[in-house]
Write a protein of this length. Structure first.
Length: 235
């Protein structure tokens, strides 16, 4: 996988400032309108994910300038909404540790056996959550790449096929996870810069992670793709 290319391709586009600037604007608008409209942040995330879906498709289609234009907003909203739903469903098990912490908070305060039990339970739960995310994070990402190609939300839930495809090429999956983590660290540093960093981090995240997602799919689905049965659930 070409890690540096995931950053460099952005600046090949003569309209990269305009396209990334609109990502920043959508992010800011979603944050500002959330207290007023309630759904502002959700709509903003859906638009950004829809933009990323189109970006993934463009990279896989070998477009000269993969960064999409900000048109067909209805289509972006619909596709991004499906990705958002899938992302929420994939992350529901991550809510369990937080619920357990809240449920046992009184035991922590009381001390004694309750604290010991809660600590042991917490220490067992965290490794399980880590293993779950290490398995499902690449599956969700590959599902997004397939969704960009097929437009069917059911591809996210072909769990066995997603797992088998990824772990036939474990070195590629691990390389993608390392690059994605490094990217998140870089974006975190950028986002820590007041004002400019706050605006620059979301566009950078969408653009770079989208390109890495497309690279993951292209690396592992070249020969495997014809063997995959299209058993997606349509809804």
């Amino acid at each position: 996988m070409a890690f540096e290319r995931a950053f460099a391709y952005i600046f090949d586009d003569p309209k990269w400032i305009e396209k990334l600037g609109l990502i920043a604007a959508v992010t800011l608008a979603g944050i500002i309108t959330t207290p007023l409209l309630g759904l502002g942040l959700i709509v903003g995330w859906a638009l950004l994910l829809g933009y990323q879906v189109e970006l993934i498709r463009n990279v896989r289609g070998d477009e000269v300038y993969p960064l999409p234009r900000w048109d067909n907003l209805g289509e972006k909203l619909q596709k991004g909404g499906n990705v958002l739903v899938a992302t929420i469903l994939y992350n529901l098990p991550n809510v369990l540790p937080a619920c357990c912490i809240l449920a046992t908070s009184s035991a922590w305060a009381d001390g004694g056996f309750g604290t010991t039990f809660s600590l042991a339970f917490f220490c067992c739960l965290i490794p399980l959550a880590l293993i779950y995310n290490l398995i499902t994070w690449p599956m969700l990402t590959l599902g997004m790449a397939r969704y960009a190609e097929e437009g069917n939300i059911g591809v996210f839930f072909q769990f066995g096929d997603l797992f088998n495809t990824l772990y036939r090429a474990p070195s590629v999956s691990i390389q993608w996870m390392v690059y994605a983590l490094i990217t998140n660290l870089i974006i975190g540093v950028v986002g820590a810069i007041p004002c400019i960093g706050w605006l620059a981090a979301p566009p950078l995240a969408i653009a770079v992670q989208g390109h890495l997602t497309a690279q993951l799919a292209m690396r592992i689905e070249g020969d495997l793709k014809p063997k995959r049965k299209n058993s997606a659930i349509g809804f």
